[in-house]
Design a protein around this ligand. Structure first.
Ligand SMILES: *[C@@H]1O[C@H](CO)[C@@H](O)[C@H](O)[C@H]1NC(C)=O
Ligand SMILES: *[C@@H]1O[C@H](CO)[C@@H](O)[C@H](O)[C@H]1NC(C)=O
Ligand SMILES: *[C@@H]1O[C@H](CO)[C@@H](O)[C@H](O)[C@H]1NC(C)=O
Length: 517
């Protein structure tokens, strides 16, 4: 929904324009087999310009061109090491080691995923426990258009920044406690990521291709990670990113296997306060503000009555125009109606969309003034230097313009079918939700997990919703069956690890250990 997206961006968007023709997501063509062509300079080669030999399915990975680095310790701190993969001639990865940065108890790295003229920035922190054995976790924030560095420095990273001058401070409840963790600024144009020639990415499908290639290159080249369990995690609009990214990684395995590569051991998808099923969210805005779903109702009775009356019309219109058969103009109009009637009333109260227990402290800083310090820190010239940020990048912002995503109506598409597809193939899924979040609340998220059409539907629906605990105190409720787990985190807002670091770490550690919550 536009309103949701606008709010996730911290932008009040009124009466957004929409185009008349339907805009379908731009799909990359089916990857062409590169055969045994030598790896080419990724920027010099443009898609469609390559002349590939006919498909012969050679074992590209055993040709002399493939020469894995083997160990991350071979990566140097003073210069980038470039990783390439014979299967992905358009992609390569630049990586360098960080020294004395953020978490001095582990090795850490920064770098770029280069895809033609697109360059995605990432951090990699080794696990604090056993980097040679622990799982790998990929993290992205949402938006669309928000930097994963908010997740790093505000939520689950090995250090936090609350004062730009003082810089990062060790964060004991970091998710690298028991996992090797990536933070990726994606798509291009977000955070330190950039593109040449004014190129932008406007759909999650396109973003997914780049992430899947990055993961293949990384695991193939750093052989010590081969076969290691991988978890893809994200928050908010990550509820759309993660199902599509995970599906792309899963489907790519056939390609890797065909050339003698090691498949990626995709173990789970993890979504925090996600935006996965827009239709399921519609009734939840009434529930969150007009019923004691989490806190006593915040809106007055007459407003709630009006919302309730508008709901059936909104749902019917949304289903017809956005779900059953996508029609861009009608879907945007349905969305605008739903937004005005169902989201408008709470927005007008000045409440924090990410936490109904709070008012919005600073609308220009996503309601969390600490993001100002993070932005200031990430614009410090010495920090840009230390991290190896490309000179092309001019300034860091928490969130950037996501016009291309809105134009392609990426934000109006349901992503539930991808979740279903992953579960049916044995990829586990964790949906966790802070109970005070309004914008991507627990009511709507619980609803779609119950409604989803898959072979585990009955078992999941019958599973009891029980309390889960941390240090003997109730932390939330959870339900689990057939690889799917739903969990609430009591009194946490949209950014669960920010509000409840201890509970969030317990949740993730138990999930990684495959223990019940
Ligand atoms: C892995 O990285 C090394 C070091 O840059 C490079 O020489 C090698 O070609 C890469 N191999 C693959 C398959 O990417
Ligand atoms: C940040 O830290 C510096 C140095 O300790 C201090 O002078 C400054 O007042 C702090 N800034 C804020 C906004 O707290
Ligand atoms: C994937 O990782 C799990 C551990 O989480 C391991 O048990 C399994 O053998 C791995 N699978 C492959 C194909 O390496």
């Amino acid at each position: 929904m536009l309103a949701t997206t606008a709010l996730l961006l911290g932008i009040a968007q009124v009466g957004a324009a929409y185009s008349v023709s339907e805009i379908l997501p731009v799909q990359d063509p089916i990857p062409v087999w590169p055969g045994i062509l030598p790896v080419q300079d990724p920027i010099a080669v443009w898609p469609g310009e390559e002349l590939y030999p006919p498909f012969e399915c050679p074992s590209a990975l055993s040709t002399p061109e493939f020469n894995p680095v083997g160990s991350l310790s071979a990566v140097r701190p003073d210069a980038y090491t470039t990783l390439t993969h014979p299967l992905f001639t358009r992609h390569s990865v630049r990586i360098k080691q960080s020294t004395d940065f953020c978490d001095t108890t582990v090795n850490s790295y920064t770098g770029y995923i280069d895809v033609d003229a697109k360059h995605l920035f990432f951090y990699f922190f080794e696990s604090r426990s056993n980097p040679d054995k622990d799982d790998v976790l990929f993290w992205t924030n949402g938006g669309p258009g928000c930097s994963s560095q908010l997740g790093l420095y505000m939520e689950l990273g090995p250090c936090r920044v609350v004062n730009a001058t003082e810089g990062p401070k060790f964060h004991p409840e970091s998710w690298n406690s028991n996992a090797n963790v990536f933070f990726v600024d994606q798509p291009v144009g977000v955070g330190y990521s950039y593109a040449e020639h004014g190129i932008t990415v406007g759909t999650t499908e396109e973003a997914a291709d780049d992430i899947a290639a990055f993961i293949a290159i990384f695991f193939e080249n750093f052989s010590s990670f081969k076969g290691r369990s991988l978890h893809l995690a994200g928050e908010s609009y990550g509820g759309r990113y993660i199902p599509l990214f995970a599906a792309a990684v899963y489907d790519q395995n056939a390609l890797l296997a065909a050339v003698g590569g090691t498949p990626i051991n995709l173990t789970s998808g993890i979504i925090g306060n996600g935006f996965t099923d827009p239709a399921a969210m519609l009734p939840s805005f009434h529930a969150m503000t007009c019923t004691p779903a989490s806190l006593p109702p915040v809106l007055d009775i007459s407003t709630c009555v009006r919302m309730k009356k508008a709901l059936p019309r909104c749902q019917k219109w949304y289903k017809t125009a956005c779900v059953d058969q996508f029609d861009s103009m009608s879907c945007h109009a349905a969305n605008a109606f739903c937004e005005t009637e169902l989201l408008g009333p709470y927005e007008l109260t000045g409440g924090n969309p990410y936490d109904i227990s709070k008012s919005c402290e600073d609308p220009d800083a996503l309601c969390y003034p600490v993001t100002n310090s993070i932005v200031e820190y990430l614009n410090r010239p010495d920090v840009l230097d230390a991290l190896g940020v490309d000179p092309h990048v001019r300034g860091f912002a928490s969130c950037s313009d996501s016009v291309a995503f809105l134009q392609s109506a990426d934000d109006l598409r349901p992503s539930v079918d991808y979740v279903e597809g992953l579960l049916e193939r044995g990829v586990a899924v964790l949906i966790y939700v802070g109970t005070y979040d309004w914008i991507c609340n627990w009511v709507g998220n619980e609803q779609w997990t119950l409604d989803m059409d898959w072979s585990g539907k009955d078992a999941f629906g019958r599973a009891p919703l029980r309390a889960w605990e941390v240090d003997g105190a109730v932390a939330g409720k959870t339900r689990s069956a057939a690889g799917l787990t739903f969990a609430t985190v009591d009194a946490a807002g949209h950014m669960v690890p920010y509000d409840k670091p201890k509970q969030a770490l317990a949740l993730i550690n138990r999930w990684l250990a495959k223990e019940p919550l």
